[in-house]
Design a protein around this ligand. Sequence first.
Ligand code: SAM
Length: 233
Amino acid sequence: HSTGGGEKGLPRRGKASSGRTLNTAQIPLVASHPEVYEPCDDSFALVDALLSDKAQLLALQPRLCMEVGCGSGYVITSLAIMLRQLASGTQYLATDINKHAAETTQATLEAHGVHADVMVTDIVSGLEKRLAGMVDVVVINPPYVPTPEEEIGCKGIASSWAGGLNGRQVIDRILPAVREILSERGWLYMVALEDNDPLDICHLMSEMGYASRVVLKRCTEEESLFVLKFWRD
Ligand code: SAM
């Protein structure tokens, strides 16, 4: 069983777009839009991984946390609530390529009384200089499903999951971009599928100077999900 969203105050789970019921007895506090990815098993796995690292995250006292591909805002809102007790005034930033996702994230954040700057952009485009070496925690549930290449970057909900060959096309653009913005003590948490070849992802990151570990592995009916964590070696 996953626990993401089960902790007091975190955004509640709604109904997965696949039609599977995920604890719908709870009040759905995550804003939604037909063109925006609804929190699903992968979103819950990422929040569960962050919860399992909560003590370390609090000890890190991150100054700036960022989510790339924020969708409904479930993950960045959960992170902000999780770290609420930090007196240091942690700042939050989120991006998504889909403008409806940015609006939905803003609504979810507001519903929980937390704040993040939300921007519509491709990964971190336009922010590289401002954020270079600044971000202490990056969280990503990327589009990772193997699909025909032409589905990538198309408008609408398909861009939420379309990952091209081996589901790696967007992931392989994200990794070098994240490396530029992570601080020396920065951590990256990223969801990946077995099909994405997580070992190869860890190898690529190791060549860029990052150590890694699997924070969480979860097999659902449809997929084997991993949450990988990276930090500078
Ligand atoms: N983080 C949310 C969650 O876990 O529920 C949404 C995850 S969904 C699998 C992936 C998100 O990445 C979508 O909201 C999609 O619009 C966004 N996305 C896809 N390609 C992107 C890109 N190139 N730059 C920024 N966001 C992107």
